[in-house]
Design a binder for this molecule. Structure first.
Ligand code: TLP
Length: 350
């Protein structure tokens, strides 16, 4: 199977498994796991933050951040397609009791003006707006990249209004490679940053939330409350550490593969896609000659997995476990399926 559903599907490499097997461990809830401590420190350093805390998932790091920045009844501002809102099972409402005010970004990217327009006057009737969330790269936006200027623009308005800024940086590694900057140049605009090791970096488990020491101390309490305190977590943290050290640079290859894939399929009749919008490892396109779900099923029968996300929308993601040769095969399979389809569509009814 050529699995293009997500960059979360990667299996740990042999070297990563070795690092995991050899990890020194301890009870992390008691603060005794040296490998977790090393991962937290290394990540904080890369992001230019004072402190960091390891958790089982990106959903948890995001939601602990939302909880730690707000009180029930507060409001947070974020793009209508933000993972924090769209894909986290209603957690802002369920776990933090906050309201989500949705901004209409373009491919997940909104402006300082959008934030300013959403601000409310100080008044007894309104929820208190506390937090702005940005996602970089933006998943539903098709792996789109916020530039530093776009972030700075939102930052200026947020600061002016006394709002905190959180970055869902599940794929900050891809954003840094695409922008040609160090991760901390992105992270410095944010009060808190959530990063994932289990996406493009190819580790089996885990995310880190980074920020000031005071904020991370508060976040540790909510991690415990949300059930995210783990014991000998060094076993999995070692995989994340390995990924951090060895798999960041190679993301460039995933981006090249994604762009090449996009350029090839964009020319196939029945596919609607502007390949220049593909900036990182996520390709979102529309299938116009058959329903996306049927397209997904036909691809699966031919050995390729993608995600059908709507009536016509499909997502494919490149990653560590898919080679250029497999991408070439996937293009040919897509070409064949859509060619067959166009012949079927053209045939007169029996
Ligand atoms: N995204 C997954 C699915 O949930 C959609 C994927 O396959 O892309 N932030 C962003 C931007 C993400 O894309 C994801 C995962 C998360 C947070 C949540 O991470 P986990 O799955 O570790 O909770």
């Amino acid at each position: 199977m050529i699995d293009l559903r997500s960059d979360t599907v990667t299996r740990p490499t042999a070297a990563m498994r070795q690092a995991m097997a050899a990890a020194e461990v301890g009870d992390d809830v008691l603060g005794d796991d040296p490998t977790v401590a090393k991962l937290e420190q290394a990540t904080a350093e890369i992001l230019g933050k004072e402190a960091a805390v390891y958790m089982p998932s990106g959903t948890m790091t995001n939601q602990v951040a939302v909880r730690a920045h707000t009180e029930p009844g507060d409001e947070i501002l974020l793009d209508a397609n933000a993972h924090v809102y769209y894909y986290e099972a209603g957690a802002p409402a369920a776990l933090s009791g906050v309201m989500c005010r949705l901004l209409a970004g373009v491919r997940g990217i909104f402006t300082g003006r959008d934030v300013r327009d959403a601000l409310r006057p100080r008044n007894l009737h309104f929820p208190r707006t506390k937090l702005v969330c940005i996602e970089n790269t933006h998943n539903r936006g098709g792996g789109s990249v916020w530039t530093l200027e776009q972030i700075a623009d939102v930052h200026a308005v947020a600061r002016d209004a006394g709002l905190k800024l959180h970055l869902d940086g599940a794929r900050i590694w891809n954003a840094a490679v695409a922008l040609g900057v160090r991760e901390q140049e992105i992270a410095r605009w944010f009060d808190s940053v959530s990063v994932c090791f289990s996406k493009g970096l190819g580790a089996p488990v885990g995310s880190v939330l980074a920020g000031t020491s005071e904020f991370i101390e508060r976040a540790r309490r909510f991690r415990k409350q949300f059930g995210g305190g783990m014991r000998q977590a060094g076993i999995i943290a070692a995989g994340a550490l390995y990924a951090l050290e060895h798999h960041r640079e190679r993301l460039r290859t995933d981006h090249e593969n994604a762009r090449w894939f996009a350029e090839q399929i964009a020319g196939i009749p029945g596919i609607q896609l502007d390949p220049t919008t593909v900036q990182t490892n996520i390709i979102v396109f529309d299938v116009t000659s058959m329903p996306a779900e049927a397209f997904g099923r036909a691809l699966q029968e031919a050995g390729v997995l993608v995600l059908a996300r709507g009536a016509s929308e499909v997502r494919a993601v490149t990653h560590l476990d898919v080679t250029r040769k497999q991408i070439e095969q996937a293009v040919e399979i897509i070409r064949k399926i859509l060619q067959q389809r166009s012949v079927m569509n053209a045939a007169p009814d029996a």
